[in-house]
Design a protein around this ligand. Structure first.
Ligand SMILES: [Zn+2]
Ligand SMILES: [Zn+2]
Length: 340
């Protein structure tokens, strides 16, 4: 079978290798689609702090079951599935508390170990979720980032119902955080960005208010839209020091501020404001099983539109073109998917 390996900075190689054997607890997936994630893009340019060459990318994988191990009863040949790409130990303190997304020895499939950029992929059956009939493989790849968003929303507010939400950044994750908050019952959701195309996309996804904070002051936008009600939670999806500090200046006191963006370096943050205004700064990483179930439900019942987010589909063999397309279309490209 074919497998695509990222062997060095900006260099993919196609290898011909045997179809993998499966263990009794695994399933063999005939891969049909693999999403390209922000972390893959960092890896492609050799800029990911926790990834090294050579690596087979592909943690946002969708496909169909080609074979199941003898202990697997939950899946059968032909089932259409997506993968939750987490290898966890099950024994460390976070794992024992059910917070295996922050397992002490977490390995992300397609980041720290071999991912699904190949024709077939062997994976533990417990990491596979059946894709609803009304969701195709291409859209199925968005279940993974959507689960990131669902988890993030719940980290900020156990119940988002009736709440007012501000999301900074209208890239794929910001968009999905805003859509998830809305789908889970938020009263008003505002999203910000510097790129009008991404804001327009957010509007098409029925986000209540999309503001270009390069053109309008955040403070003004927040008070115009939320008025005296104010904001109940902020989700920072830009990984920008300036954006975070702006929010620490203008958000009402005492609310949770969830750090969803992956910051590089050591940003200078106005911690005095965090202390004085009793903000809760909350981290969020990946997802757990329940978030996957929720994400699949939200796409199946149509409350979240992931189709709008898919900018282009390239064949897996042309993955270099996909990365070049993303680099050339920073302002407009959201999700790019490789079909297999
Ligand atoms: Zn991803
Ligand atoms: Zn663990």
């Amino acid at each position: 079978m074919k497998q695509i390996v990222l062997t060095a900075k900006e260099t993919f190689e196609m290898r011909e290798i045997p179809v993998p054997e499966i263990t009794a607890d695994q399933a063999l997936v005939r891969v049909r689609a693999v999403g390209v994630c922000g972390s893959d893009i960092h890896a492609y340019y050799g800029e990911h702090p926790f990834m090294s060459f050579p690596i087979v990318l592909g943690h946002e994988m969708a496909g169909e079951i080609a074979k199941v191990g003898e202990n697997v009863s939950s899946l059968k040949i032909g089932d259409r599935v997506v993968m939750r790409p987490q290898k966890v130990c099950g024994r460390c303190r976070p794992c024992r508390q059910g917070r295996y997304n922050i397992c002490e020895t977490l390995e992300v499939i397609g980041c720290q170990c071999t991912g699904g950029s190949s024709e077939y992929f062997a994976v533990d059956a417990g990491l596979l979720y059946r894709l609803p009939d009304n969701v195709d493989f291409i859209r199925g790849t968005v279940i993974e980032p959507l689960s990131v968003a669902v988890h993030a929303v719940k980290r900020g507010l156990a119940d988002v119902n009736g709440k007012n939400i501000l999301v900074l950044g209208a890239g794929t994750i910001g968009n999905l955080v805003a859509q998830s908050a809305k789908a889970l019952g938020a009263a008003k959701v505002m999203i910000t960005d510097f790129y009008d195309d991404k804001l327009e996309m957010a509007r098409r996804c029925r986000i209540d208010c999309a503001v270009n904070t390069g053109k309008k002051e955040l403070f003004e936008a927040v008070s115009d839209f939320f008025g005296d009600e104010g904001i109940d939670a902020v989700y920072e999806c830009t990984a920008s020091q300036a954006a975070l500090n702006q929010v620490l200046d203008v958000a009402g006191k005492g609310i949770p501020i969830v750090i969803v963006g992956v910051f590089a370096g050591l940003p200078g943050i106005n911690i005095a404001n965090v202390q004085d205004r009793e903000y809760s700064l909350i981290g969020t990483l990946m997802y757990v099983h329940e978030d996957y179930m929720e994400a699949i439900r939200l796409v199946e019942n149509g409350s979240i539109d992931v189709r709008i987010l898919i900018s282009r589909v390239f064949p897996l063999e042309e993955c270099k073109k996909a990365y070049e397309y993303i680099a050339a279309n920073k302002q407009t490209a959201q999700k790019v998917v490789l079909s297999v």
